[in-house]
Design a binder for this molecule. Structure first.
Ligand SMILES: [Fe+2]
Ligand SMILES: [Fe+2]
Length: 342
């Protein structure tokens, strides 16, 4: 089909109409290449973050202070693996197979959330990660349930339900510590001091330095800007910190009557950029561990592939056999389903 330069192709017109309608784009719909590329990058980075994000917490499963804490933490880390799987599946519907996405992570070409390059030093960090990191994830992800790309939005619905449980368990760990001995309270405060800044940076750079956000918002992938979401998060955690009896490490944090929001201080964006570039305190360790896990899992992938192959061969053989029987058997012996043409 040919069309002049200023005419809009019908498939683009259809796509634009769906977006203008706040409707959903599904895998079989035509979509602009840039939309497909942006989503593939965003969803796969999100998936990588879930998988790498298992590491700082998995580290504490064997050292959890009680059987109850251990089983809760184990369930939480398993949830994160599940989030990774839903998201890889969702990304694959855009046409890039999972081994390719995985390879992008393992070769360092794909990024994941910078927060997971920080160490989890004490048990209280399990509390701070749940409360602040999963809390920031919820603020970011609830609006993504309405993302224009169907498989992404639907994956986010279930993920968000699990994230709210994660945040709650983190808050509860911190509550118990902050109402415990002086040493426990100190440990809780120290964890919050270390995770507060990096958690606020999870929303990405300030709007002025986030040139791609506008396009993502125009496509109804993103619903709010980085700074809007960060503000929402700050407003949410200030009263929660008060309830915990802990302070947030920002002397500029103050209620602004006029704006009806909390003002907060400038974040360390140089540190953020340096962590993004792979110079975070645990960047090397996280990637090394991920590569090892991938190599150690090779036999599982091989076994799964061999099993799938055998199942497919059996199914083909059974179908063959059935065809043969259908051809030769008298009509009274054919399976009922075939007689009615199902
Ligand atoms: Fe998650
Ligand atoms: Fe989570």
């Amino acid at each position: 089909m040919t069309h002049t330069d200023d005419a809009v192709a019908p498939e683009q017109e259809h796509f634009d109409a769906l977006i203008a309608d706040d409707s959903r784009i599904e895998p079989r719909d035509w979509m602009p290449e840039a939309y497909r590329k942006t989503l593939t990058r965003q969803i796969s980075q999100h998936a990588h973050s879930e998988i790498i994000g298992m590491q700082p917490e998995a580290n504490w499963i064997t050292r959890a202070p009680s059987l109850k804490r251990k089983s809760i933490l184990m369930a939480k880390v398993q949830d994160e693996a599940g989030h990774g799987l839903y998201l890889y599946s969702s990304a694959e519907t855009l046409g890039t197979p999972r081994p390719v996405l995985n390879d992008q992570l393992l070769t360092g070409r794909a990024k994941y959330s910078s927060i997971f390059n920080y160490p989890a030093r004490t048990w209280a960090d399990m509390g701070a990660i749940g409360w602040l990191v999963d809390g920031a994830a919820i603020c970011n992800q609830v609006p993504l349930c309405r993302a224009s790309y169907g498989p992404y939005g639907r994956a986010m619905v279930r993920i968000c339900k699990e994230e709210s449980f994660h945040q709650r368990q983190g808050w509860e760990i911190l509550y118990e510590l902050s109402h415990g001995t002086d040493a426990q309270k100190k440990m809780a405060q120290d964890a919050v001091d270390r995770f507060y800044g990096p958690a606020l940076q999870m929303f990405g750079p300030p709007d002025a330095d986030s040139p791609n956000s506008q396009q993502s918002m125009a496509w109804n992938i993103k619903r709010f800007s980085n700074d809007e979401l960060r503000q929402r998060f700050v407003d949410m955690i200030v009263p929660q910190a008060e309830a915990l009896g802990l302070t947030l490490p920002d002397p500029d944090l103050v209620w602004n009557e006029e704006r009806q929001h909390y003002d907060y201080g400038e974040l360390d964006w140089d540190e953020f950029m340096s962590v993004i570039k792979g110079r975070g305190p645990c960047s090397v360790q996280r990637m090394k561990r991920r590569r090892e896990a991938h190599e150690n899992g090779a036999w599982v992938r091989e076994a799964a592939a061999a099993y799938a192959e055998r199942q497919a061969a059996r199914a083909a053989e059974a179908a063959n056999h059935e065809d043969h029987e259908t051809e030769t058997a008298p009509s009274s012996q054919r399976p009922a389903a075939q007689l009615i043409g199902a």
